[in-house]
Design a protein around this ligand. Structure first.
Ligand SMILES: Cc1cc2nc3c(=O)[nH]c(=O)nc-3n(C[C@H](O)[C@H](O)[C@H](O)COP(=O)(O)OP(=O)(O)OC[C@H]3O[C@@H](n4cnc5c(N)ncnc54)[C@H](O)[C@@H]3O)c2cc1C
Length: 504
């Protein structure tokens, strides 16, 4: 069986023509949050922490979580977007506090390091790579490399270590998370002007396995490959995470069958009885010192007017440009890479290879990023059927065109596309597949093309409007990861309540 689903792009497209009925209902509230992804949910948590409860969240989907949502079948939960959180940086106290609140951090040891719940850290074996016809441990190509390749890998990782620990004259890390904490060092920021591929060439790297590995990493975090992504962003992937949160587990990650939907679920409690789901906000404007937002109720096919003192737009900029005036000019510089996810239920076929089925399974010569084994974190390791989620990002120079083509293809096309790609490592996968759910994300994630992270467009999009309409979404950071969305939510509430503004 094959099913094709995705985010509600058809409803979203009605923003172009705005053929919505006139509002028949009014709601008054102090604060309105538009969008129930991690940024919006994190804002709700921060309101709660400030003792503010008079807020409402409006979300167009029938569930909260945005890109950190999940699906579930008979055998397992599975991610419909984000699937892991790397261990946080030690100085990210807000994030540590959240993980502590949710019992992901259980305590702190005698040296002050957090003790993570073992069941929420990836179990071994956590990563494998199909390279030169063999599964090998880890995702870095090793067995079968030439000596010259190995030397280049060494040189590359040493350079990344220097970037990871390096600080600018302002005593800030050159690359940090959240991104706005990074140094304003000009030489480092100039890396945002070139592509990662150019940086690779300028630094005299030539190794093909190294090129492929960096390409994979860029796609993993940004959707865009080495050819298109900013070098600053590409290096940030390796250097932003300080690996200093625990002495032993340098690069562990936190993960769950349902992916980061687990984290969204923790945050949802702050929005209990304060949420309108299935509501698409289609207009936001300031009138008589109030913000008036109009939303279309997709279930009852009616509209509602929400009158608020202040509004947080936790929705992406490609949407915001249709809700408010004068935003199209800078929004054109925001580029979003589409993604395809496919969850397959398969009979047990993976266990007889050179390295066992792992949480993350990357295929060197494939088009996609490989697949995650969704039941990996379950304590019961004997599974009747296995559930895996395949990831593919549509990295290209013309993302708009790619997006259009995405929706023209039918489910049979995508099924074959996914199976063919997996066949590189699993030639007989088609025979063993019982069910496929293909999930399309037309605007998957913000992609940091050269010039975007430190460019004008992002700066303009972040400015609040008359201290009434505020903005918080991971696209305003320039890279789409949990930590950025989480801090966007916290910072926007601090700005509203305490007037705190942050440097970029
Ligand atoms: C395929 C994929 C894999 C990813 N993997 C990871 C990962 O493993 N780890 C990681 O840290 N990050 C990952 N990410 C990044 C992920 O996007 C962020 O971690 C985070 O979930 C973004 O949250 P957000 O709130 O900023 O944005 P979004 O998730 O985009 O939330 C915005 C919300 O606003 C709603 N909305 C939009 N318009 C309207 C409107 N007009 N009215 C009402 N509601 C509206 C949307 O439906 C959505 O719920 C991944 C992203 C994708 C696409």
């Amino acid at each position: 069986m094959i099913r094709l689903s995705g985010t509600k792009h058809l409803l979203g497209h009605r923003l172009w023509i705005k053929d919505f009925p006139k509002p028949t209902k009014q709601i008054e509230v102090s604060y309105l949050i538009v969008g129930g992804g991690i940024s919006g949910l994190s804002a709700a948590r921060q309101f709660h922490k400030k003792g503010i409860s008079d807020f409402l969240m409006v979300e167009l989907e029938n569930h909260l979580g945005g890109n950190s949502s999940n699906g579930e079948n008979k055998y397992s939960k599975y991610p419909l977007g984000a699937h892991y959180l790397p261990l946080p940086n030690f100085q990210d106290k807000e994030l540590l506090r959240f993980l502590e609140e949710e019992k992901i951090i259980l305590s702190y040891d005698s040296k002050g390091f957090p003790v993570f719940d073992e069941l929420q850290l990836t179990f071994a074996p956590d990563e494998r790579l199909f390279y030169k016809n063999n599964w090998q441990e880890g995702v870095v190509p090793k067995e079968g490399n030439s000596v010259a390749d190995d030397l280049e890998f060494d040189k590359f990782f040493k350079q990344m270590d220097i970037f990871r620990t390096g600080k600018g004259k302002d005593q800030k890390y050159l690359f940090d998370i959240p991104l706005y904490l990074s140094s304003s060092d000009e030489k480092t920021r100039a890396l945002d002007k070139i592509t990662m591929k150019k940086w690779f060439q300028e630094n005299h790297f030539t190794s093909e396995p190294l090129y492929n590995y960096i390409d994979y990493c860029c796609k993993d975090d940004f959707g865009l490959g080495i050819e298109y992504v900013s070098a600053w962003a590409g290096i940030h992937y390796f250097a932003g995470r300080k690996q200093d949160c625990t002495p032993e587990k340098h690069d562990s990650v936190l993960t769950w069958a349902e992916g980061n939907s687990r984290l969204a679920n923790h945050l949802k409690k702050y929005t209990k009885d304060k949420t309108l789901k299935n509501h698409l906000v289609y207009e936001v404007k300031i009138e008589n010192n109030k913000v008036i937002a109009k939303a279309f109720d997709d279930v009852n096919k009616s509209s509602v007017e929400i009158i608020a003192d202040k509004v947080i737009m936790a929705s992406p900029q490609f949407v915001n440009q249709y809700l408010m005036e004068n935003r199209k000019e800078f929004t054109k510089d925001f580029h979003y890479t589409p993604w395809l996810l496919a969850t397959l239920t398969v009979n047990d076929l993976f266990d007889n290879f050179s390295f066992p089925l792992s949480w993350d399974n990357v295929i060197y010569d494939a088009k996609g990023l490989g697949y995650v084994y969704d039941q990996h974190q379950t304590v019961n390791q004997v599974q009747d059927k296995k559930v895996i989620t395949y990831y593919y990002s549509f990295s290209s120079a013309d993302l708009k065109k790619t997006r259009k083509e995405l929706y023209k293809k039918d489910k049979e096309y995508w099924k074959q596309f996914v199976l063919n790609d997996l066949k590189v490592a699993h030639p007989d996968i088609e025979e063993y597949t019982e069910d496929i759910e293909v999930f399309l994300l037309g605007h998957g994630m913000i992609s940091p093309v050269p010039g975007f992270i430190f460019g004008e467009a992002k700066q303009q999009a972040k400015q609040n409007i008359q201290n009434k309409i505020y903005f918080a979404h991971s696209d305003l950071s320039g890279i789409s990861i949990f930590e950025e969305a989480f801090h966007q939510g916290i910072n926007v509430v601090n700005e509203i309540v305490d007037g705190t503004t942050l440097d970029s």
